[in-house]
Write a protein that binds this ligand. Sequence first.
Ligand SMILES: Cc1ncc(C[n+]2csc(CCOP(=O)(O)OP(=O)(O)O)c2C)c(N)n1
Ligand code: SF4
Ligand SMILES: [Mg+2]
Length: 302
Amino acid sequence: MSKERIKISEDLYDIMPSDYQDLVKSATYGKEDRGWKDIGTSKELIEQHSLCAGCPESMAFRYILASLPNPEDTVMVGSTGCTSLVFPMVAVHNIHSLFGNQNAIASGLKRALSVRFPGRVKDVVVLAGDGATVDIGLDMTLQAWFRQEKFTTICFDNELYANTGGQESGLMQKGFVAKMAPVGKLFDKVRLPEIARESGCHYVVNCTVSKPSLVEKVIRNAVHIAREIGPTYLQLYTPCILEIGKNSMEGLQEMRDSEKPTERFAYKEYVSEPAKQLLAELAAKDKERKAAAKQLAGQAQA
Ligand SMILES: Cc1ncc(C[n+]2csc(CCOP(=O)(O)OP(=O)(O)O)c2C)c(N)n1
Ligand code: SF4
Ligand SMILES: [Mg+2]
């Protein structure tokens, strides 16, 4: 993959927005080892957002977009919610779907892309809130997994409906009282990671986004496994600081507190046997590639 596809015609160069010029000059399209460490030294695929200041969803977006293995050939599918306000500012093809329909849209899209571009890798990644994934969209979420659709589903779990002012969601914690759910949640958080495994996902991770290197690893694994084997699911805790009464500097600590071993976002991972085999093959290839590059660099210096 290369930047060829976004190249600007010389005649139009000076009238293109500077953001676009920067994308062509220094975005990491086509870089094999792109990852969160490129943030700060390259043009990011998201630079502005309309989320509340300090919202952990914005951190998650930056790490995810920096880690996609193949951004020029990726289509993201969003759903209504806080996340959907960000997509217009993202330099990756994306589709907004009706609330809850995201996994149905992604299924059709993935199939259509494989017919339209045979032999070319096209990744599809769904990114939606917990209300869209677990409540209103649960049917579509599960059916896509049952059908073994080859795309990744990412849920930004902030444990309520944030965008509409704080209603109860299936992923809300037991007993939690929100602005629009004054009675308090009567039941435990729905165990969607377990349901994902039982519904045919080949890679499932439940974690926070406090550690960029971890987010990078799980995104890469999830996209590669979805591309080659079948559905993958990531449930990422991105707390709504507004609804839990934290200020813009406190989101990171909230995630760190929630990922302790006894807490609900302690790191949890499931990898199916075929997926384990694929990850081992990819790791071996990566090692080989890096050794060859090192050798070449050594020869060039000599
Ligand atoms: C079909 C439909 N039903 C309901 C809504 C209203 N609505 C908009 S955002 C939202 C909640 C989003 O919650 P979640 O998916 O958890 O995302 P968050 O805002 O928390 O990131 C709802 C119910 C809608 N826009 N469309
Ligand atoms: S309402 Fe909550 S989830 Fe939405 S942008 Fe603000 S802090 Fe983030
Ligand atoms: Mg939510």
